[in-house]
Design a protein around this ligand. Sequence first.
Ligand code: ATP
Ligand code: MG
Length: 408
Amino acid sequence: MASHAALVHYHEIGLKGHNKRAFERRLQENLAFALGWSDARRIRIMANRLVVPLEAQEAAEAIERLAQIPGVAFVAEALVVPRDPGAMEEAAVGVVAAAAAEGARTFAIKARRSATDHPEPSTEINRRVGERVRLATGLCVDLDDPDVTCHVDVVHDQAFVYARKVPGPGGLPAGSAGRVVALLSSGIDSPVAAWRIMRRGAVVVGVHFSGQPYTDASSEESVVEIGRVLERTGGLGRIYVVPFGALQREISLSAPPDLRVLLYRRLMVRVAERVADEERAKALVTGESLGQVASQTLENVAAIDAVARRPVFRPLIGNDKQEIAAEARRIGTFDISTRPQSDCCTLFMPRTPETHARTEEVDAAEAALDVERMVADAIAQMRWVDFLSPVYRAPRAWPSSDDARPRR
Ligand code: ATP
Ligand code: MG
């Protein structure tokens, strides 16, 4: 009798040298967390794949979840049988017959042996199993361009038989690369930037600036909803929400209109830096793409970075808007980001923002502001929302709770 399993394959982890074991363990923990399992050892690490035992009826939903986890190249829904010839053939007949029911007319068998003393060569398995499948299903063999490829992976004393593969995000498991603070608007770009850095193994803590009290809370609601989508990766720890309207007003009252946007952005960076201190994050992340809007010219990017104490990563810097939008659709944040909402971006906007600011000019305008106090105000009014993550621990000063406030 065959049992069911999700076969999780990775790619990049396989390229790691002596660290490979640690990456595999991290992925094992993250996969278990995604399924709500407390015992990660139910997932076995076997010859460059992880084997997640599943009941047949839960398999489809579980595979959907596993395919969102960074580090996963693809997930296959497999039948698991002992490595005896009859059992492999029977499983392969089942897999190919299911594909035939969905319209497949040709097939190929692709056997592979790893970490096994199974004596039969792969080519022989292909021939033997293929012949049996051909007779049982009536489908033709096509080795060049088959409608369905049925894999038979013999590992130790078992065989995994599968055709359907669901692609994952690739990359590295969340928690393998340390923590970053992402400036998360509720727009299209920054959620994609955050997702990209999560896919590289970083744990993301978001900071969102809302226009409150001069706008409603719609951007905050959207950003939390975006968080619920990003949460499925296991790589989002928390989102801080900062009411920013009053501080923007204060800037708009004293600063030259054309420099306002840069001063807003620099204050955002300073607040994000304070959060990063507490969170022990090692970098900031934004969703800027070169030249997309006035604040994203090379000069203005430099003027913004001048107040950062950590590297500022911009994973989308070389991407076109259409590419970013397509990626947002794939990730699942696009519809939330494009809903009508009032965020702080449009508050107290000048008619003609500076596009090529000189950093010294911005420094001079900023000198008229009590920046220290403004950062302290922002931090004092900040709230946060925690997300489910196997790798995030809240900083001691700002613990997890339902109605959270910074504690000094
Ligand atoms: P996005 O689509 O991410 O909102 P954008 O195209 O609107 O970006 P800008 O408004 O110039 O571009 O913002 C550039 C970056 O600054 C954003 O990607 C984000 O990282 C950060 N940012 C802007 N506004 C906010 C905000 N309200 N809260 C947090 N971060 C913000
Ligand atoms: Mg925006």
